[in-house]
Design a protein around this ligand. Structure first.
Ligand code: BG6
Length: 470
């Protein structure tokens, strides 16, 4: 049985700040405003790009760019063995379509990886975490244009060659299944008026699947010892009741939103149900034979996924309370509690998710995000976050059950090490960290770091685990 990696996770645009330092270009994330307007503009990207806002949360992040030594020293004290992070593509290629990379940007990640490795922490690196150089939106309309595949491939070649000795685990696109819905956020695309949005979503997914296959192939050529995985948002979808049509609806929802992408990225082919789906939704994609061959030839080595909740789903006519989710929403499950932001808490769902994905795909699985967002206050230099300790311990317990079930699990990264900018709301007050950051929703505060009580819990858990595995 493998020794699991235990870590924390983050994304460049949610922590780094320094949005224009050392030659960095603007990214899609840098156009997103803060809490008040964020949700509205995620779905109105043209209006967003044409508007100037008072405050952009990613400009400052939590100042990781300047405080990375302090943060990684805290992670070393925590005892983690891996750190999931992402590279901001726009630090390496500020516009995205240049031929030569920005050396200062490359040097920044050299320093990060060296600092991690100094403490025995393996970097797990996402190549694109909800972040694309903004110029590629304006000039090409993002992933709707297949030229992005070439630009992405060039970026991948540069970072694989540069960091081959430092990085053993790569992930292609964060929560790639979200692109069917989040055209701008995940796909850097502004839909044309009257566009068939479903068709656009599947075309973006296809283009990213081709790009990921090229990245997988390149990674194996340049870094033969590394592994490269896909990354999806996965929530098990339970039928709202045992009514046969609820079961069918839940199954269709899971297929459509989650498994469809996994089939492309892991099996390297379109699922058997895609023909009917496309026909019914009047979807015609631009796909070449060469691309289909590439998908099959170079699939992902493993599946990584975020797990925050389960969803429940059923017949359209069911009248029930809705619940929120990070991407997809569902019907309220009466057996589960929810977070302040309405995400249903379901530790057993993680064991189920691991078993289900392993049964379907038979490749190693890596849980690269799991955590709870809470409004918190610092009191006497700490936060008494017993709810986070409960959340983490219950989820990890179920993950260990899944390992005992026989699932091949590579590791677990909780979201997040330090508090960071919330992706969906742009808030700081939705806090996920083991480490409190003194910053507010408007960029105020000292940005100093404080260990929460969950920091000590996770530290002792990892220490015990590693002792047992000696
Ligand atoms: C995932 C994303 O959807 O969920 C992260 O990959 C994100 O970037 C995390 O931060 C938690 O969601 P949120 O919206 O509460 O920050």
């Amino acid at each position: 049985m493998r020794r699991l990696l235990w870590g924390v996770a983050s994304a460049a645009n949610q922590i780094e700040g320094a949005y224009d330092a050392d030659g960095k270009g603007l990214s899609t994330a840098d156009a997103l405003p803060g809490a008040k307007d964020r949700q509205k503009y995620i779905f109105n990207p043209q209006e967003m790009i044409d508007t100037t806002f008072d405050y952009y949360p990613s400009y400052k992040g939590v100042d990781f760019y300047h405080r990375y030594k302090e943060d990684i020293a805290l992670y070393a004290e925590l005892g983690i063995t891996c750190y999931r992070m992402s590279i901001a593509w726009s630090r390496i290629f500020p516009n995205g379509d240049e031929l030569t990379p920005n050396e200062d940007g490359l040097r920044f990640y050299d320093k990060i990886f060296d600092e991690c490795l100094k403490f025995g922490i393996e970097p797990v690196v996402t190549l694109s975490h909800f972040e694309v150089p903004l110029h590629l939106v304006k000039q090409y309309n993002g992933w709707a244009d297949k030229r992005l595949i070439t630009f992405f491939e060039r970026y991948c070649r540069v970072v694989f060659e540069r960091y081959c000795d430092k990085v053993k685990y790569w992930l292609t696109f964060n929560e790639v299944n979200s692109v069917t819905k989040l055209h701008y956020h995940s796909g850097a695309t502004i839909p044309e008026q009257n566009a068939n949005l479903e068709e656009l979503g599947y075309q973006l997914l296809h283009n990213q699947a081709v790009a990921a296959s090229k990245a997988n192939k390149l990674c194996h050529e340049i870094c033969p010892k590394a592994m490269i995985g896909c990354m999806v948002q996965y929530s098990p979808v339970y039928p709202y009741s045992s009514h046969p049509e609820d079961v069918l609806e839940a199954n269709n929802f899971e297929r459509d939103r989650e498994l469809f992408a996994l089939d492309l990225f892991v099996k390297g082919k379109y699922p058997f149900y895609s023909q009917r789906l496309f026909k019914e939704k009047n979807i015609q994609l631009e796909i070449t034979e060469e691309e289909l061959a590439l998908l099959e030839e170079s699939p992902a080595d493993f599946i990584s996924f975020s797990y925050y909740m389960s969803l429940s789903y059923g017949r359209k006519e069911i009248v029930a309370e809705q619940t929120n989710g990070n991407i997809f929403s569902g019907l309220k499950n009466p057996h589960l509690q929810s977070t302040e932001w309405g995400w249903q808490i379901d530790p057993v769902g993680l064991r189920y998710a691991l078993n289900r994905l392993y049964e379907l795909y038979q490749v190693p699985l890596f849980v690269v995000e799991n955590g709870i967002g809470v409004t918190e206050e610092l009191l006497n230099g700490t936060v008494e976050d017993d709810y986070r300790i409960a959340y983490l311990s219950q989820h990890i317990e179920q993950l260990i059950e899944a390992v005992s079930d026989g699932v091949d699990v590579m590791g677990y990264c909780m979201w997040a090490g330090t508090d960071l900018i919330s992706n969906s709301t742009g808030e700081m007050k939705k806090r996920y960290g083991l480490i409190y950051v003194d910053a507010d929703d408007n960029g105020g505060g000292t940005y100093n770091r404080f260990r929460k009580q969950s920091f000590y819990w996770y530290q002792s858990f990892i220490n015990d685990y590693l002792e047992r595995k000696k």
